[in-house]
Design a protein around this ligand. Structure first.
Ligand code: URA
Length: 293
């Protein structure tokens, strides 16, 4: 007698199988990947996101001190100093490594950050938000993910990555052999940008100090930047993702791995294999084995 699965469970399982297939992890499906239909787009593409994933640096600098560094609008946020001043001095912000907190104190420390954030009106994004999406997960997680900013579902629920991109992120986490609850998940900005546009530098620079404090508290062993916006504001430099993926960056006492944003992967599922290669770098760093090895 066949098992009766409710439609939502069946669809979640089917989605997971599709995800594993796209990663090349199994041959559950006999059809070649190229023949597979693209999933329907229910999320509008974020303005500029696709371009940001693939864009060349906007302004390659001729100043040696600025080679490969961020355009001036991007702060590293460590010093609260006006960024152009630092850039003109040719000063590069060193990574700030806070002493790590005992695991049992981290939940309370995150609560302090949440209280400091308050009913934030520090940037214009507060005008359009319903809920501040602070972050969720294990305060002592070994693995942390950072996305760009809340979308409509996240804004409604107050939780990061709960929409379609979140479903894909859950599948990525499951493919790593972990549960979402074991990880910590946050975004560069904590309020939904109107129309899901990319956060403006002023918004991201205003909000990201709170993210840095969260990272310093959780102190994950591995931090995964999901997409160009996360990579840009974590590393403090704008570069094409291609130049940042495939290796580990030392960042605030953690190993930072850069990969594609799940929303981008929903639009271009062929890139899932590349994302899986990035996640395997993270897994190696965490001492996790690929399923079946
Ligand atoms: N995209 C993001 O970058 N973050 C979320 O929380 C959801 C979608």
């Amino acid at each position: 007698m066949p098992h009766a699965l409710d439609p939502a469970t069946r669809e979640a399982l089917a989605e997971r199988l599709r995800f594993y297939r796209d990663l090349g992890l199994s041959d559950f499906y006999r059809r070649p990947v190229e023949d597979a239909p693209e999933p329907a787009r229910s999320l509008p593409p974020r303005a500029g996101q696709l371009e940001a994933e693939q864009a060349e640096p906007r302004r390659p600098s001729s100043e040696p001190a600025l080679q490969g560094r961020a355009p001036l609008a991007i702060q590293s946020n460590f010093f609260g100093e006006e960024p152009t001043t630092r850039a003109r001095k040719g000063f590069t912000a060193p990574p700030q490594i806070a002493p790590s907190l005992p695991a049992e104190e981290r939940a309370a420390a995150l609560e302090v950050i949440r209280e400091d954030l308050g009913d934030c009106t520090r940037c214009a994004l507060h005008k359009g938000r319903n809920t501040i999406v602070f972050g969720v997960g294990n305060p002592a997680a070994r693995l942390m993910f950072v996305g760009e900013g809340p979308g409509a579902d996240e804004d409604a629920q107050g939780l990061p990555f709960v929409g379609r991109a979140g479903q894909l992120l859950n599948n990525m986490i499951a493919a790593m052999g972990l549960m979402r609850e074991e990880c910590y998940i946050a975004n560069v900005v904590k309020c939904r940008p109107p129309g899901n546009r990319t956060p403006e530098p002023e918004e991201a620079n205003t909000c990201s100090p709170f993210l840095f404090r969260q990272i310093d508290v959780v102190r994950p062993q591995v931090l995964v930047a999901l997409g160009a916006t996360a990579a840009t504001y974590l590393l403090g430099q704008r570069q094409p993702l291609a130049g940042l993926r495939g290796r580990i960056h030392a960042f605030r006492g953690t190993s930072l791995v850069v990969t594609y944003h799940p929303a981008f992967l929903l639009r271009d599922p062929r890139q899932k294999k590349e994302a899986w290669a990035d996640l395997q770098i993270a897994m190696k760093e965490l001492g996790l084995k690929k399923a079946g090895t």
